[in-house]
Design a protein around this ligand. Sequence first.
Ligand code: 6PG
Length: 249
Amino acid sequence: MPEVQVYSDPGALARAAAERFVVLAKDIIAARGRFVVALAGGSTPRAMYTLLASEAFAGRVDWECVHIFWGDERCVPPIHPNSNYRMAHEALLAQVPVPEGNIHRMYAEIEPSRAAVEYERSLRAFFALDNANQFETGGFPSFDLILLGMGDDGHTASLFPGTAAIHERERWVVAHYIEKLEAWRLTLTPPVLNAAANIIFLVSGGGKAERLQQVLRGPYQPDTLPAQIIKPVGGHLSWLVDRAAAELL
Ligand code: 6PG
């Protein structure tokens, strides 16, 4: 069973998530000299990112050793209000000294399938050089930490219900058109997500309570509830949720 921690409110959830980030970064940088993270998009993580940039947390991370990737991206330019890169840049990356070369955004402004190929290429190049990455799982790269959210439809990253990407087993990154959003998305695939050493879901709000109960306590049906596909091969999975989201657990 994954670890599930319930916090009183979104602020407490953000603080707990920021604390976990800092502790993981310290331990992993001490052990391997770098900390490789894939950020979640959407709105929930913003409070955590803002906290990480705050005086209370920023000084506790050796940002020079941190590499930032994204778990998924909307196919829009980086300055677009919907861009996950823009959200993380505004809330965190513009405020802390992560070297420019350590920020690996998805080129979501170009043709989607090419953006997916380019991102996979950059991942392969990075992890090929990353000889500290001993935790290979079936040839897939192992991020030190992947942050994920969950939509009220049970999606995670940009693995949406009914999409073939849920069952992708070869490619590291895919681009696909999401009918209900009438938009293209880029996403890391389940084998890459599940190769992570640490995965932390952040889920907040009563609107997700029913879905969270289904995902965590209901039957395994990843086509309907893609968040259920997240089962790290050897890593640690944590769900950090607030009381409103945990109402039905
Ligand atoms: C995205 C995210 C997505 C998000 C969920 C939850 O690009 O939107 O990666 O998976 O985590 O949709 O979003 P909220 O945090 O806004 O509820």
